[in-house]
Structures are given as structure tokens and as C-alpha cells.
Design a protein around this ligand. Sequence first.
Ligand code: NAD
Ligand code: GLY
Length: 362
Amino acid sequence: MLCVNVELQERRYPILIGSGLLQDERSYPIKHGDRVMIVTNPTVAQFYLDTVIYALEKRGCVVDHVLLPDGEKYKTLESLNLIFTALLQGNHGRDTTIIALGGGVIGDIAGFAAASYQRGVRLIQIPTTLLSQVDSSVGGKTAVNHELGKNMIGAFYQPSMVIIDTLTLNTLPKREVNAGLAEVIKYGAILDYEFFEWLEQHIDELVALHPEALQHCISRCCQIKADVVARDETEKGDRALLNLGHTFGHAIETHLGYGNWLHGEAVSTGMMMAAALSEELGDISIADVSRLEKLLARANLPTVSPDTMQPEDYLPHMMRDKKVLAGKLRLVLLKSLGQAYVANDTDHTLVLNAIRCCTQTD
Ligand code: NAD
Ligand code: GLY
């Protein structure tokens, strides 16, 4: 088992990474008599809910659970309310621990429930998709969507532990594994050129879920994210770099309707748009843009805009991005592979050109 710590002083917490952690009752930071509410969905529950309940009950824990409907389109206030109702019906107090068992959707909704139920209860994240293991379960961003924008209602709220059992990836559909690889590639592109090179050598093993490559990859991503979050918990600076491709990607997700393109797929195309813009601005070389494109394509990810979306459709969505300041667009761009920066007030014509570069023509 590997352990990466998120260093946030008195709110410091560990990320445990290993194979078979869910069934081992020693993985859980729970005492005899503690009360727990597991938040999950039917897809994940069929594989892992009994295992987690069994392990927790072995620790003498009193376990409740609530099932939310599965999917990005249910990342809503209505789903959040289902958690509150279950907590209230079960007479759960401030001493309850919420466990998020699932992918990023469950993690983000359950995290927001933990941040707000009775003004805050303890949270444990058990991410079961690659994307949630390398990104969303770490760092305390929690949210639900609004029909006018993704993740618009939420809070920063750190878990007290993240438990990553890599065995859970064996039941994950391939398309979801690939979507997770988009966030993995993002880390190399923004902050770690050596990791980007490692990915070029090992991407086929990751697509095939080779255990050793996976363990190395997940722990490297968690370490990069933990370091960024420790420096800038609430995104006043460096943390924005983690959003490479996200402003374009969120526009795709919102425009197509949540769940039509997976988050990682939208981020993949969004990263290509950010790279095209960086090249237009004279930063990254054409050769590096092409390396990024090749790596994303080897992970079976899209690198061009959905064919039902026009270049002009992007900007209205992008202007609602949380990084927009004083009405000015702020975008994460690349100086080179492994070095990202935040560009302020980029000319909209250049943005539109970059989107056009990544638009299908036939
Ligand atoms: P997801 O949560 O929708 O999970 C993908 C699908 O896989 C779902 O159908 C889920 O039920 C299923 N699933 C989960 N684990 C499984 C398993 N082990 N076996 C079989 N099926 C399984 O999607 P995701 O990609 O994990 O997360 C995307 C969400 O994460 C988006 O809402 C995005 O905004 C959010 N996100 C948040 C952050 C953050 O910092 N909080 C960062 C990145 C993304
Ligand atoms: N996924 C971006 C962040 O956590 O800041």
C-alpha cells in the first residue's frame, strides 16, 4: 500500500492507495459505535456496497446507506436533498461520517452534503473510477450542477481520508477508464514533463490496467494534486492550473447536455483547444501540440469538437466559468509541455480560432 498526504496543517489527511483495501476493515478510520452514511448509486452498489458495509460492521460501526440515481445529469440539488432526507430520517447527528462510494459525481455530491449537513460532518472519499482516484476525490472541491453551468453550487470541504482501491477499476467500463486518463495526461502537461514522458512510454499499459503502471500513475497524480492543494487550497493561484482544458470542456458538457460526453472526454478536446491557442500565441511548439494529441488519441480520447457544436457556441458558456474575473476570460494555457500558466483576458478572436483548429471538417 502507498500513502500520499495532503498537507493542510490540522486538516492534513492521507490518501491510501492499494489493491484490496475495501475489504480490509483496517483501512477505515472508524471506531466501534461510530455512525456512518454511505452515499453511492446502484451501479457501484452492486459491486462494492456489501463489501464496504461488511468491513465497517466488522469494526462495530452502525451503517446506513442511500442510493442516488446514476449519472452526471443527476448531479443536482434534488440528489443532494435525497442525502439530507436519508440523514434526517435516520436521525443522524453531527457525529456521523459520510462515506462517498463511487466516481466523481457521487464524490462531489456527497462531499457537498458533508460540507453542509448540520454545518459540516466528517467525510471519507472512496473513489471507484480512475478519474475520481486521480483527481476529484482529492482536494476538497464539492459541487452540484445548475442547468446554466457545471459545478456552480458547492463548497471547498476536505475529506478526512481518501481510500483508493485499485481493484475497483476492473469493473469500470473502458470508456470511463479512458476518460480518467484525460485527467492523468493533464497532470503531465501542466506540471510534470518527466511524468508526461513516462506516460508516452506506458499509456498502453494504463489503458490495459496493468497493476504496477496503475499504482505508479495514481500515486504520482495524487502527489501532484496534493502538492498543488497544499499550496493553494481555494484556488487563488496555482490551483487554477489543474483546470487545463476545463473551460472549453465545461462548455461542451453544458452545451451537449450533462452526460452526453463524459467529463474526461470533454477535457481531452478542451486541452487540445488550449494547446492550439498556446501555439497561436507563440508559446508551445507545433511538435508538442502534436505529442499531446497523439497521447490523447492513444488513450482513445477525442481531440476535436463534437460535430453538433459550432465554434460560436463555446464563448457564451465559457464566460460563465468560475475563473472569469471582472467579465474577463482567464484560461489555463501551456508555455511548454510540463509548464502551464493562467492567461488573463485573451482576445476572443484568438480563442475562436483555436476552437476552429479543433473542429471537424469534412
Ligand atoms: P461518474 O461518477 O459519473 O462515474 C462514471 C460511471 O462509472 C458512472 O456510471 C458510475 O456509476 C460508474 N462507476 C463508478 N465506479 C465504478 C466501478 N468501479 N465499476 C463500474 N462502474 C463504476 O464519473 P467520473 O468520471 O468518476 O467523475 C466525473 C465527475 O467528477 C464530474 O461531475 C466532474 O465535474 C467531477 N470532477 C470533480 C473534480 C473535483 O475536484 N471535485 C475534479 C474532476 C472532476
Ligand atoms: N480538478 C480541479 C481541482 O481540483 O482544482
